[in-house]
Design a protein. Structure first.
Length: 160
């Protein structure tokens, strides 16, 4: 999967703190007996994009301390084996102990359809993670260096 974490300064007015866009193809393992993507593939693509965003920002350690506490997915269209897809992830809210992301998964042109169709939204939704440091059993505040780095990526100065 290819990806690029981008500062949101280039997308001013969107309200997002940070974002990443990743592209890949639907693999055979992503499909089910109905011939299109399995619903669990969407969250895997979203999590891959999340990990890439934090890796690109030098915050990969965050991923191991951020369990999912809420997930909503709206399935809009099927995706098929070999189809190119794009996942867009946006950090919308950075709370004291949680983060909220929005995401969209777009299907591109199917390889077996010459001329194809324009990309279409296949899924979108919301992902919320909480900060639970190793060994802890309850949410804790995000580390200050993580907050500073994320806010700087979005061009937002840290609160005093």
């Amino acid at each position: 999967m290819s990806a690029a974490a981008e500062p949101m300064g280039s997308r001013a007015g969107t309200g997002a703190i940070a974002s990443a866009t990743c592209t890949t193809r639907v693999e055979w393992v992503d499909t089910d007996a109905s011939g299109h993507h399995h619903n669990t593939a969407v969250i895997r693509w979203v999590e891959e994009c999340e990990a890439r965003m934090f890796r690109d920002l030098g915050l990969l350690e965050h991923v191991a301390q951020a369990p999912r506490v809420r997930l909503e997915v709206n399935f809009r269209a099927p995706l098929h084996f070999g189809q190119e897809i794009t996942t867009e992830l946006r950090l919308e809210r950075l709370g004291e102990r949680s983060m909220s992301f929005s995401f969209r998964v777009w299907g591109g042109v199917r390889d077996e359809e010459p001329g194809g169709a324009p990309p279409r939204p296949a899924a979108d939704g919301l992902l919320v993670t909480a900060c639970v440091p190793p060994g802890a059993t309850v949410a804790a505040p995000w580390p200050e260096h993580l907050r500073r780095t994320l806010l700087a990526a979005g061009g937002t100065p840290p609160a005093p």
